[in-house]
Structure formats: structure tokens, C-alpha cells
Design a binder for this molecule. Structure first.
Ligand code: FMN
Length: 328
């Protein structure tokens, strides 16, 4: 099994955990980063856009690629392509709730078809000489809470780590993740189980770990606009001491670094557009007053030239430094 840097992992998020975001979260100490989900068929076919979405970098180890699919042959092929790309671990997606994925019987729909799910796991485990992990939900709905059953079978099939998002598919992202329910999965298997869902601060993380008894946690939306929290919480969990939260100057440098990386990864035109959602989340995190956040969002997300975006960012940070309440 792969040694993790710490017990706080960055969750895969489609359209978000691209290479620049994984790079920054990894540099800031995340226990593990996972590429966004790609369809096995597309990865097996080595489609250009798909290869870009899973792209790794030498400094990001372990390199984890997540695949989805409903055809055991295709998922096995995709795993082989991932191995050829240099992946250190393959994660199988059985948690995605999106209709366009589940109607093709992939993602969380596989929880309704445990035998097919197992064929997919067998195919992936058999295709590569790499550790395989599985990410799932508690079940399809409140009548089918079968995460522990699938976990037992997955473990027998050779899966080495499990992540459980404490919701059913039918909950999508509504309500509150049920961390206690994840403990049934932890009890059922010997492999490490990672708990996921709604961890937005360290106190939520501690409660989640206490209730789930999981080996670690995975943070998704809580890291949007705050990629540093994954590493920060990981270090805090490992040492018991809380590392200093990044200063304003450090945050400014992180945002600039992430922005530049997006421009070079996607090219200026696409990079500028793709970076806007991240800038929006960074701004939301920086400002206490919603009206200030909206003003700066409007300004930064309208700029058409990267140099003007950087200029506006500098002005924004100067204005925060001048605001004693925010700078405190
Ligand atoms: C925009 C978005 C995209 C996501 N994409 C993926 C994905 O590609 N693969 C996956 O396993 N989960 C995906 N998820 C689910 C997250 O990994 C995570 O399980 C979920 O957001 C709950 O954790 P959180 O409350 O910390 O965000 C996605 C979630 C969001 C919000």
C-alpha cells in the first residue's frame, strides 16, 4: 500500500482538481491529491482532453488517477493506460451522483449493481500491478445502504483503500453528511477507510474522525479557495500543533502562483476563463462582507488580460491590508 504524507486528502472534483489545483494543494502539504474523474472509455481511447485532465507532474507523488465506467473490459483498459501514464494508484469512482453518469450505470449507480461493481473492481485489480482504491457513497438511497457490503467484497477483491462520502446518491449534496454511518464500513474491513463530506473546518474534521473512526479524511468543497487547509489540517492532525494560518502575503503569493500555473497549463485564453471560478472562491474566503467580495469578483472576473487581473489582485490585497478588520 502507498504511504500517505498525512491523513488529510484532497477529494477529486471534476473541473476543479486539475493539475494546477493538485499541484498547489500538494505543495501546501495535502496528504494525497486525486485527479478528477475520467470516463474509462475516454482514457482507454487516450483522448487528448482526457489525458490533459489526468495529467500528473513529477513532483506530485503519489500520482492517483480516478476512473469511472460500467464496462469491466473498458475499466481494465483504462487502468492499463493510467499505469502507462505513470500512475501510482488507481481510484474507482462509485460515488458520482450526476444523472448523465448514473443513467449509464456508472458512478454511484454501481452501488445498485454490486455484482457488476465487483466485476469492474476485479478487472481493474487484475489489469495493473498497482494499488487500487474505491470511492463510494453510503448507498443508493435510504433503502439501500450497502456501502459496508460492497466494502467487504471490494477488500476481498484486492482494493486497498476505501473512501466513503457520508451521503446516499439520492441525497446528492443535500442535508448533512452522516459521519457516524461511515463507521459501519470501518468496522467491516481491515483496509483504511477515509471519511468524506462537509469537512469545512478543523472542528468538523475532529468530529468526523471521532464519529466515523476512519483512518483519515478527504476534503472537497472546503478546499475551494483555500487549498492550504488540506495540508494545514494534515499537519495539525499529525503533530497536534496548529501551524500558523497563511498570512495575507502568503495567500497573495499562493493565488498568484496558482493563477500563473493555470495560464501556462491551459494557455492564456482558456486559463483566464478557467481561473475565474478559483479567483471567485479565493475572494469569498478573503472578505467577511459579501458586498466587498461581490465588488472584487465583478472586477477580477471581467478583466480580459492576465496582467490586469494580477494588477487588480495586487490592488485588492492592498485594500485588504488597509482594512484593519480584514487584515487582522
Ligand atoms: C464540483 C464537484 C465535482 C466533483 N467531482 C468528483 C469526481 O470527479 N470524482 C469523485 O469521486 N467525486 C467528485 N465529487 C465529490 C467529492 O469528491 C466529494 O465526495 C464531495 O464533494 C463531498 O465532499 P465535500 O463535502 O468535502 O465537498 C465532486 C464534487 C463536486 C462538488
Amino acid at each position: 500500500m502507498i504511504e500517505l504524507r498525512n491523513r488529510v486528502l484532497l477529494a477529486p472534483m471534476s473541473g476543479i482538481t486539475d493539475l494546477p489545483f493538485r499541484r498547489i494543494a500538494h505543495r501546501l502539504g495535502a496528504g494525497l491529491v486525486v485527479a478528477e474523474m475520467v470516463a474509462s472509455k475516454m482514457l482507454a481511447g487516450a483522448h487528448k482532453q482526457t489525458l490533459k485532465r489526468v495529467m500528473g507532474a513529477p513532483e506530485i507523488t503519489p500520482y492517483v488517477i480516478q476512473i469511472s465506467g460500467r464496462c469491466p473490459h473498458e475499466t481494465g483498459e483504462a487502468a492499463r493506460v493510467a499505469a502507462d501514464l505513470g500512475a501510482d494508484m488507481i481510484d474507482i469512482n462509485m460515488g458520482c451522483p450526476a444523472r448523465k453518469v448514473t443513467k449509464g450505470l456508472a458512478g454511484s449507480a454501481l452501488m445498485k449493481e454490486p455484482d457488476l461493481a465487483l466485476s469492474i473492481i476485479d478487472s481493474v485489480v487484475g489489469a495493473v500491478n498497482l494499488p487500487v482504491s474505491l470511492k463510494m457513497r453510503l448507498g443508493w438511497d435510504e433503502h439501500l445502504l450497502n456501502a459496508a457490503d460492497i466494502a467487504i467484497r471490494a477488500e476481498q477483491a484486492g482494493v486497498q483503500m476505501l473512501t466513503v462520502h457520508g451521503r446516499t446518491r439520492n441525497q446528492f449534496y443535500k442535508g448533512q453528511a452522516d459521519w457516524l454511518a461511515i463507521s459501519d464500513v470501518v468496522k467491516a474491513v481491515r483496509v483504511p477507510v477515509i471519511a468524506n463530506g462537509d469537512i469545512i473546518d478543523f472542528s468538523a474534521l475532529e468530529t468526523c474522525l471521532a464519529q466515523s473512526t476512519a483512518s483519515g479524511v478527504m476534503i472537497g468543497r472546503g478546499a475551494q479557495g483555500r487549498p492550504w487547509i488540506v495540508g494545514e489540517f494534515g499537519a495539525r492532525l499529525a503533530t497536534g500543533a496548529s501551524p500558523a494560518a497563511p498570512t495575507l502575503a502568503v495567500k497573495q503569493a499562493i493565488i498568484a502562483e496558482h493563477y500563473e500555473d493555470m495560464l501556462s497549463f491551459y494557455g492564456v485564453e482558456l486559463g483566464l476563463r478557467n481561473a475565474r471560478k478559483h479567483l471567485g472562491w479565493y475572494i469569498d474566503d478573503l472578505f467577511k462582507r459579501r458586498s466587498d467580495a461581490l465588488t472584487w469578483r465583478a472586477r477580477l472576473c471581467r478583466e480580459e488580460q492576465p496582467v490586469n487581473v494580477i494588477k487588480a489582485l495586487n490592488e485588492m490585497f492592498a485594500s485588504i491590508e488597509g482594512d484593519r478588520e480584514l487584515a487582522a
